[in-house]
Design a protein around this ligand. Structure first.
Ligand SMILES: [Mn+2]
Length: 346
């Protein structure tokens, strides 16, 4: 697919979800974040309240903080021996990229005619028959919230309303860095206000989502900062975590979350890359994960384009890629790409 665009509107999406054969399987990218989690839970719970048979499914690792949230117990965690039901409709939320589906790629590939994507990313390569893509939405949860306006919420009981509003809030709060990032728009705050009125406890959620890390996370942060390298007169920062850093600190892959935000404190820095190497059991089984962030502004660096050079994608201010090979081979290429981009900018 050359263009990653919508081919139906939200009212048509609502009709599709009402009328599709059952069951409906709802999935998202592997290693779900708050938005992936929230959009899957909110949509699935809403569809169940309509009497629809729904199987929400997450590909691990699922952050422990998310598993403690309302509605988490309604989802299936994917494992190899699990066979998902043959669905009337597959819904993919918060991604449209094959590389992000993990083991669910094999489930979707033969069923593209029965697949619906709801996403807010700028790029994707899954040619699903049904697509609603809104790159301006701050989060997939913003899209789901809009979609749910096409359903009758008056039939929701108290628990259903609480679960849906909390899940939606988790999604918009995590994708906007608690309403700090440039993707935050008036509509995001309007939705947040509505959800708070419905009883969402923002301070309690903040504590659950942002203040429950393990000490291993700080050990990993120390390693990341130790590795910090500034390029192009301090305009770019690269932090590198090798597989040994994870082994020696006992930190998990998902504990890199938000480390990339730390160098943003420095005024000269415009773009940051966090490099995380992951080794499998076999010698050749090594991949290097790249996370990109850039600061907003007139000459902001488009990190979706940068990530694209490494086979990844994402948003203009936040993007990622997975590259085969060890970090020490990937990092020089990343540094070169950063220097290239910054040299072509004023
Ligand atoms: Mn998202």
């Amino acid at each position: 697919m050359t263009t990653y665009t919508a081919n139906l509107n939200l009212s048509a999406v609502a009709d599709l979800l009402r009328n599709a054969d059952e069951p409906i399987v709802v999935i998202t990218h592997a290693k779900p974040d708050g938005d992936a989690f929230g959009s899957v839970i909110a949509l699935s719970v809403a569809l169940r309240s309509l009497g629809r048979s729904v199987t929400p499914c997450f590909v691990p690792p699922v952050p422990v903080s998310l598993l403690g949230l309302r509605g988490a117990d309604q989802a299936t965690i994917y494992r190899e021996s699990l066979s998902l039901p043959d669905a009337g409709l597959y819904v993919i939320l918060d991604t449209g990229a094959w590389s992000q589906l993990g083991e669910l790629k094999q489930v979707i590939e033969p069923n593209l005619e029965r697949t619906l994507i709801l996403d807010h990313h700028l790029s994707g390569d899954i040619p699903a028959a049904h697509r609603y893509i809104d790159g301006k939405a701050a989060a997939a949860c913003e899209i789901v919230a809009e979609l749910l306006e096409h359903f009758d919420a008056t039939t929701w009981d108290v628990e259903t309303t609480r679960t849906i509003s909390e899940a939606l809030f988790v999604g918009i709060a995590s994708d906007t860095g608690w309403f700090r990032f440039s993707n935050t728009r008036p509509r995001t705050h309007e939705l947040a206000a509505k959800l708070l009125r419905q009883g969402v406890d923002q301070a309690a959620l903040y504590q659950v989502l942002e203040q429950t890390e393990r000490p291993e996370k700080l050990a990993l942060l120390t390693r990341a900062l130790d590795s910090l390298k500034l390029l192009a007169n301090g305009q770019a920062a690269v932090m590198t975590l090798n597989s040994d850093d994870f082994l020696e600190t006992g930190a998990l892959e998902e504990e890199t979350e938000r480390l990339i935000d730390v160098p943003q404190q420095v005024g000269t820095i415009r773009v940051i890359v966090l490099v995380a190497e992951k080794r499998g059991n076999n010698e050749d089984d090594v991949i290097t994960r790249l996370s990109f962030r850039s600061k907003p502004g007139e000459d902001a660096i488009n990190v979706a384009e940068l990530a694209n050079r490494f086979g990844g994608g994402g948003h203009a201010r936040a993007a990622g890629a997975k590259v085969p090979g060890p970090a020490n081979e990937v990092v020089p290429k990343v540094e070169q790409a950063l220097v290239d981009v910054l040299n072509h900018q004023p």
